[in-house]
Design a protein around this ligand. Sequence first.
Ligand SMILES: [Mn+2]
Length: 385
Amino acid sequence: MWRVRRSAAERSGALRRAFGRARLALDDPVANRQRGPVSSSRIGFDPNGPALGHGVYGLPHTPEEARVVLIPVPWEPTVSYRRGAAKGPAAILRASRQVDLFDLHTGRPYEQGIAMLDVDPDIVRWNAEACAAAEPVIAAQGELSGDRDLEARLATVNALSRRLNERVAELATRWIERGKLVGLVGGDHSAPYGTIAAHAERYPGMGILHVDAHADLRKAYEGFTDSHASVMYNVATRHPRISRIVQVGLRDMSEDELKFIRESNGRIVAHVDPAIADRLFEGEPFHLIADAIIEDLPEDVYVTFDIDGLDPVLCPNTGTPVPGGLSFQQAVALIGRIQKSGRRIVGFDLNEVAPKDDHDDWDGNVGARLLYKLIGYALISHGSR
Ligand SMILES: [Mn+2]
């Protein structure tokens, strides 16, 4: 028998060593800059207490006061497999109140203020209209074969998608111009198109880290020009100032999408899930894989995170789950290493989070925690600690 019973003293020694290592992790310079006593008078509330406000993460900040402004976009008309992503912002908001404000990776992101805007009622209305119009088109799998009614419905969805994109871009631009760090909470993956466009305007030459099980490079899907499955195609073709798109976690894609990547001459780089898994199986440490991925990115990075890039045990109710994917720790390490490499996270979105129902909070819980890491690392990467 190789397991040896350890004495209590040895066990506590092991605990001390483990705790010492945790301390070391917190002793890194980034965490240090966030140290110092936090008094409730300085920030107006007790960060160790239960959530006080009705805001995201239980925080009391208004968008004007906050450094980070989150735009909720409950949108899912083109969802092809199962719905639920429109409930993502509410699920994340609900679950966020259970997240401890102090974060072991990023310290105290809450000190700078985080606020989620109220949902724009126009977006709710457009989503309902577009979902109703889309239903028969999805049922026909985009095979319209001259059917006037289906063609009219498709045109309605595409027009509403354009309105959504314009509205989201306006909202994002308005808050970016006020000096805020803007994040978007979807919704399906077409929801963040407008905020990606707004950031591309503000940060010419920026790159995108795109975490997803899918490439989302389809030239329209089921006839929908602004499908969740087309968002990166639209980003790539409509925004030449985006210097590079680096995709991670892909494990379900068409040959046309692969061809589109190959023909992009390196502007789109795909780190597919099977290749990452092979390297891990062969014993390559994840940090080297992560750094190789980040090497492909320019100085300014926008992160678009489809929750289905993670292992589906972390997002069981997302619209199009695929086995495989990143662990939570790997995803957090990847985001963290963007910041540690000296790059700047200029904006971000989290999409395709879908709760099972209005009471289930697992998908929302994972989403809220991942979003908090994105916020924390984005803030540190801006040097505004
Ligand atoms: Mn996606």
